[in-house]
Design a binder for this molecule. Structure first.
Ligand code: PLP
Length: 403
């Protein structure tokens, strides 16, 4: 019997996790698979953060929290938004969620009804496609091709807006392209939004501390007159290597935050008190580790871009931020792998790379841009070097002969 809600038939599991699961299965079967499928820092959660969590548990911070977050963490996040985003917000204007992912779910579910249009510049994080489908929204894609540095073209954005547009999903630094919004582009986006007062924005700034080229700017700080339509979100997962603690946060207009809290309170009784205590230590503690870790990710980015330069048919733009590489592999399409597989599209490429080169990547199709694959660079240098060597060897083994 299949009498599940329609939203279930519309919803698909995240391709990134599916690929990681396949890599894990191959590894358990004894293959030496390198998984670059998931965007997860290999670096540890800082010791002082773990100690703060331990102390909180021992001090009895083990009861239900308020749905919107503990007052102490909301105050720490308000300080953080002032420090890093230049946004002056009160603790009451902060919502704590189970990761940036829940914040996005809250914001979309609070706003989007069946048929509402959601503008998504692509490539985009696969999670956006999931949640918009789940809500019954209609994704309107605005391609940001590699040839334009994956930057969002203002004219293309303006052309995508219709009377049914309700939401624009922005993500800089971008997963998977690494694009960082330059300030002119943010001003252009703001100008377009001023002419479209019916469009709200989620500014997903989860990679805010991972900018290698250019500088990070928060849209709501650049365009304070639009702040009543912008939810700015970030979290501790990527910056402080705390993916498993499940903690994200947002600020934005009170009406939207209140609606988001309602969604969140329907789904969960708030966020783990232990994780909230840990997040306070991360946000209020020493921030030097952000620059130290940024330098590590930058070195790894360079290592992968250099390593892939030796692979024929691959064009790897230099990511400006985040911890992914998003090379074009169009030079491989139409060719055959050593095992005889015809590479018709990026899905075939990711399959062949996993099965034959034992490197797990994610096809660009999962991020709304075919012809690319995504590699996470958040792993040890030696592992990345080995992965690049395998990819170079794979590229050298492709043949043109029909079989
Ligand atoms: C662009 C983007 N937004 C949000 C998230 C969610 O992060 P988390 O739920 O771990 O805070 C991710 C994670 O991969 C991401 O890449």
């Amino acid at each position: 019997m299949n009498n599940f809600a329609q939203r279930i038939t519309r919803t698909r599991p995240a391709a990134t996790f599916a690929m990681a699961a396949r890599a894990r299965a191959l590894r358990e079967a004894g293959q030496s698979v390198i998984s670059l499928a998931i965007g997860e820092p290999d670096l540890p959660t800082p010791d002082h953060v773990i100690e703060a969590a331990h102390a909180a548990a021992q001090a009895g911070q083990t009861k239900y929290p308020p749905v919107t977050g503990t007052p102490a963490l909301r105050a720490a996040v308000a300080r953080k938004f002032a420090r890093d985003q230049g946004l002056g917000v009160a603790p009451e204007d902060v919502l704590i969620g189970n990761g940036g992912k829940q914040i996005i779910f809250d914001a979309v579910m609070a706003l989007i009804e069946a048929g509402d249009e959601v503008i998504i510049p692509t490539p985009c994080w696969a999670g956006y496609l999931q949640v918009v489908d789940f809500a019954g929204g209609v994704p309107i894609f605005v391609p940001c091709p590699a040839a334009s540095g994956f930057q969002l073209d203002a004219n293309a954005l303006a052309a995508a807006i219709t009377p049914r547009s309700k939401l624009l999903l922005l993500n800089f630094p971008n997963n998977p392209s690494g694009a960082v919004a330059n300030i002119d582009m943010l001003h252009d986006i703001a100008a377009i939004l001023r002419k479209a007062p019916h469009v709200r924005v989620i500014a997903d700034d989860i990679y805010e501390h991972l900018v290698f080229e250019g500088a990070y700017h928060a849209l709501a700080a650049i365009a304070p007159d639009l702040a009543d339509r912008i939810v700015t979100l970030s979290g501790v997962s990527k910056s402080y290597a705390m993916t498993g603690w499940r903690l994200g946060f947002a600020t934005g207009p009170r009406d939207w935050l209140r609606a988001m809290a309602l969604v969140q309170g329907t789904a969960t009784a708030g966020v783990s008190t232990i994780s909230q205590a840990a997040a306070i230590a991360a946000l209020d503690g020493p921030q030097d580790l952000l620059a130290e870790r940024r330098a590590i990710y930058r070195r790894r980015r360079d290592l992968v871009v250099t390593g892939l330069a030796g692979a024929t048919g691959v064009d790897c733009p230099v990511p400006q931020g985040a911890f992914y590489a998003f090379p074009a592999i169009t030079g491989w399409l139409g060719r055959r792998s050593a095992a005889g597989r015809l590479l018709v599209n990026d899905d075939d490429v990711a399959e062949a790379l996993l099965d034959e080169a034992l490197v797990a990547t994610v096809p660009g199709s999962a991020f709304g841009m075919t012809g690319h694959i995504r590699l996470s660079t958040a792993t040890a240098d030696a592992v990345l070097e080995e992965a690049c060597q395998r990819i170079v060897a794979f590229s050298a083994s492709l043949s043109d002969e029909a079989q």
